[in-house]
Write a protein that binds this ligand. Sequence first.
Ligand SMILES: Nc1ncnc2c1ncn2[C@@H]1O[C@H](COP(=O)(O)OP(=O)(O)OP(=O)(O)O)[C@@H](O)[C@H]1O
Ligand SMILES: [Mg+2]
Ligand SMILES: [Zn+2]
Length: 504
Amino acid sequence: MSSLAIVHSRAQVGIQALPVTIEVHLTNGLPRLSIVGLPETAVRESQDRVRSAIINSQFEFPLQRITINLAPADLPKEGGRFDLAIALGILAASRQIPKEELSQYEFLGELALNGNLRPVRGILPMALEARKAQRYVVVPIENASEAAMVSGVSILPIKTLLDICSHLQQVDSITPYCSEETPNPTVLNHISDLSDVRGQHHAKRALEVAAAGGHNLLMLGPPGTGKTMLASRMPGILPPMTEDESLATATIASIAVGGFDASIWGIRPFRTPHHTASGVALVGGGSHPRPGEISLAHNGILFLDELPEFDKRVLEVLREPLESGRITISRAAQQAEFPANFQLIAAMNPCPCGYLGDPSNRCQCSPHQVARYRSRISGPLLDRIDLHIEVPNLPRIELRKDTVRTSSAEVRVRVIMAREKQLERTNKANNLLSNQEIERVCVLNENDEQLLDSAIERLGLSARAWYRILKVARTIADLDDSEAIQTSHLTEAITYRQLERNKH
Ligand SMILES: Nc1ncnc2c1ncn2[C@@H]1O[C@H](COP(=O)(O)OP(=O)(O)OP(=O)(O)O)[C@@H](O)[C@H]1O
Ligand SMILES: [Mg+2]
Ligand SMILES: [Zn+2]
């Protein structure tokens, strides 16, 4: 006598949740359990958990030959995420629960030995796919709020294996999960305010331009002038996220080590990795590639404070995502691609001691030391940073004088208006414009074209810089509510590249 049951679940590959079918086949013969379909150690360990969970839930573990096939075989399958589906497959094949209705569900969850469910990662992308497949989603109760971020899908949260068995046996049905409240993305109260920063108007203006168009920004200046302070004010002036952006960003968090956090739904990420962070932590990786900081910063900010202290090789890796908005991670076992459309904000001192150019003349660094320090940041990386600004040491008097200061809320209103114009025009932030789009929407008059050409030549900038200056000029015009890019907009955009020349 033989019997077959089929259960649906999903594997995690990059940010995708790919379908996995668990086929459980029972035949008479010596009791033995084998799992095929290239399972890894973790899946093999799941045998023991599944067996204990079934017995501890007062079911019988069939004394037959059990063959479990996880298909397709070439998908990577990790962790205990298939425990629940495997256990239900065994119970259905041995007719302890009905198997007819299983096809309407997708299951994800790790089992504890006592039959309780443990949360797993990657619920959000799974729920999105389950919605397309029009199936119910059965997940550990801890994962329910994450699954509920996807509207139009029925989520059945469970605490134990027995919960779902009773439901399938129609003994005790589970009430679909309803989220208590929709998260409010405008809660920004905890973020520090721009009005705390005295002086540094040039830097604040650059911050506003960067926020409005999603442009990258580098701040250069001696210690204690407010660089870190300014950068930490960015989240408070950024435009709100669209629904699609929120979903894409939350999906990455969902599969990352830290996991999904509903309380930050709709708030642009602000990631501040330390310079001692490993390459894998920053760009992603591992044998089952996980997203790194640059992907967790997707649709938000990656703040690299003390830029030259970062591993030079890691900084070079940033070049690709800064251009394409994605990162490809290749490992022997598999290749994964993660979105990484982050806005880079970086800060650094002008020299190893920090005081080069300071009126106090206290810098003792040799030109060679300065050159070596600067060379940690390559030309191609600098080329991708649209706004370079100096944050100088200001006399105390001047700081004290600065009593009426703009708040983050005021700046944010202007940023939102400028961003809306961009979305209307091209459906994206100016930073994401392609070269063709730039040629279409960043048109200069003849004089200004010559002005730009000669500036490019004078500053020794690349063709890439040419396009990037035009994007920044577009944003400055948008902040000025002007459809045409005027000379003043262009010249301001050019001033943000002046510093670069001194750097090589
Ligand atoms: N413009 C400013 N307005 C108000 N406070 C300031 C300003 N600049 C610096 N401060 C004060 O000095 C402290 C140090 O500033 P911050 O950490 O931003 O400096 P930094 O430029 O990042 O220095 P470093 O190069 O050493 O990292 C701040 O916490 C703040 O109290
Ligand atoms: Mg600092
Ligand atoms: Zn110095």
